[in-house]
Every structure is written in C-alpha cells, then in structure tokens.
Design a binder for this molecule. Structure first.
Ligand code: CU
Length: 296
C-alpha cells in the first residue's frame, strides 16, 4: 500500500514540478519556435506514457499485494495485448518524430539571400568573420594559420582581402534578417550554441558546418560551447548582440579587414606574397589600408 501511494505521489509531483518549475526556456530570440514546438510534443507524449506506466505500477502494487493463500497466475502470452502495446508504441514514436522531420527540412534549407557570417572556434575562444563589401568570404585553410593570420585565410584570394575579422569582441547580427552561420574549428570538436536562438551545431576540424536563423529580438545573449572540448571548455564563452540594421552597419564600419590587419602586421606585401585584386592587379599594402566604402 505504501509503495502504491509513493508511486502516485511520484506521478503527481512530477507533473506539478513540470508546470510550476521556475527553470524553463529562456525567451526565444530567433525564428526557431518550431524547435520548441517539437520539444513540447515530445514532453506530452513521454509525459502521458510516464504517468500511465507509473499509475499502472501503483495499481498493480495495490491490486496484487501479498495476501495469505493468494496464488500467482501464470499467463505467458497475450497476443491481443501485445498488438495493442506495439501499435500504441509505434503511434507514440511517429507522433514524436514526424514533426522533427519537417523542422529539420527547414533547418537545412537556407533561405536565398541569407547573409553569411563565419564563426571560428578554437580552444577556448570564439572569433568571427564577415564577408566584407563584396559579400563573399575568402577561402581559408588551417595550414595558413600563423601569428599574423589567425583565421588561416588564403592571402592570395581577393575575396578574402575585405573580410572583416572580429577577435576578442562580440558577434553582431542585424534583427529580422536571415543569416547563414558557417562554423569552422581549427583544433578539436566544438559546438556553437546560443540558447535564445535554440539552433546549435557541431564544429568539426577540417569541415565547414552551418545552420541558419533569423534573429527576432534585439539584445545581448551568451554564446556557449556545447561540446566538451578540453579543460578550458567551461570558459569558452562569448556574446552575440542582435541590433537594429543601422546600429549593425555602424558597428561593421569600425571593423578591421584582413588586408588592413596584414598591413598593420607588416606582412601584406613584404614577404614575397602577392595580393591580387578582383580585377587581377597586384595590390600594395597601401591600398589595403583603404576602408571599405560605406556608400556602396
Ligand atoms: Cu569548445
């Protein structure tokens, strides 16, 4: 009897905790409300099953409790019951998984015209790269990485010269514009996660993974690494600032291009590498100092 009461209390207490708990999702800041919806569906299905199983156990513990002289009944097969249980389990799995397939389709279908931004993960910090005014990220390779070129950009790729490099600062995104986030790691597995965006993705050395989102709320949010990536994993934090388009553009104008950072390091044209502009002309370190034209 005591066991049966304890089981009923477990079921009731769990449901009460679920609805009264102060620990719930942070307010969403992206278009991925669908991801919340699929989790809520999973909560409902697993919740109904959990309550059903626990209450059934309570019933059995009470109904078939020990009584002197009572004998156990041996019933090895019940085909009808097994069909019912198989059918209900299959239905529960279908209800849980089907919405996820639709959400996944959207998740991997990047809208046309989405802006691109690259996130670079390394033990144990985040860096970011924007494509600059040509709208194209230059090619990169971890073999190019050195003190003057921490992103490993290809110095001979004209598309990379105007790329804006953000180190030791926040990631900025404009509100209401779809953005494709390209993810690169230069050492071990990391995972770029902003809880308010819901979406997250592993970063795999040697590959470029991605996801996309549309920020729907301005604010400053934490970036977490969601993959245990070494002893400093817990310090791998950053911030993303979602702001109005005009604030974003103003911030963008203040950032340093790859060409500028090379020129400042004195390695722009002086080490035998020739920088080539889009038109195919050699570019000097001087012209690399020109700021991107904000009127374009
Ligand atoms: Cu990490």
């Amino acid at each position: 009897m005591a066991i049966a009461v304890a089981l009923v209390l477990v079921a009731v207490g769990t449901v009460a905790f679920h609805f009264l708990s102060p620990w719930w999702w942070t307010e969403i800041a992206s278009n991925w409300g669908y991801i919340d919806d699929t989790i809520v569906i999973t909560f409902w299905v697993t919740g109904v099953v959990f309550i059903g199983v626990v209450l059934f156990m309570a019933y059995c513990a009470y109904r078939y409790r020990y009584q002197k002289g009572r004998r156990a009944e041996y019933r090895p097969e019940n085909t009808k019951l097994e069909w019912w249980l198989t059918g209900l389990t299959a239905a529960g799995v279908v209800v849980m998984l089907t919405p996820g397939l639709f959400v996944w389709k959207q998740f991997v279908t990047v809208p046309e015209g989405a802006a691109e931004v690259e996130v670079l993960g390394q033990q144990w910090q985040w860096s970011f790269r924007y494509p600059g005014k040509d709208g194209v990220l230059g090619t990169s390779d971890t073999r190019n990485i050195d003190d003057d070129n921490p992103f490993g950009l290809n110095r001979n790729d004209p598309n990379g010269r105007d790329d804006l490099l953000i180190e030791g600062d926040d990631l900025h995104l404009p509100i209401d514009r779809p953005v494709k986030v390209l993810l690169r790691s230069i050492d071990v597995l990391h995972d770029f996660y902003v809880p308010e965006f819901r979406a997250k993705m592993d970063m795999v050395p040697g590959a470029v993974t991605y996801f996309w989102l549309t920020p729907i709320r301005t604010g400053r949010f934490d970036i977490l690494c969601f993959e245990l990536c070494g002893v400093g994993h817990y310090t791998m934090r950053g911030n993303v600032v979602v702001e109005e388009e005009s604030d974003f553009q103003a911030w963008l104008q203040e950032q340093t291009t790859f060409a500028q950072s090379l020129a400042e390091a004195g390695t722009g044209a002086g080490d035998g590498l020739i920088l080539v502009s889009r038109e195919g002309e050699a570019v000097t370190a001087e012209s690399g100092l020109t700021l991107p034209d904000s009127s374009q």
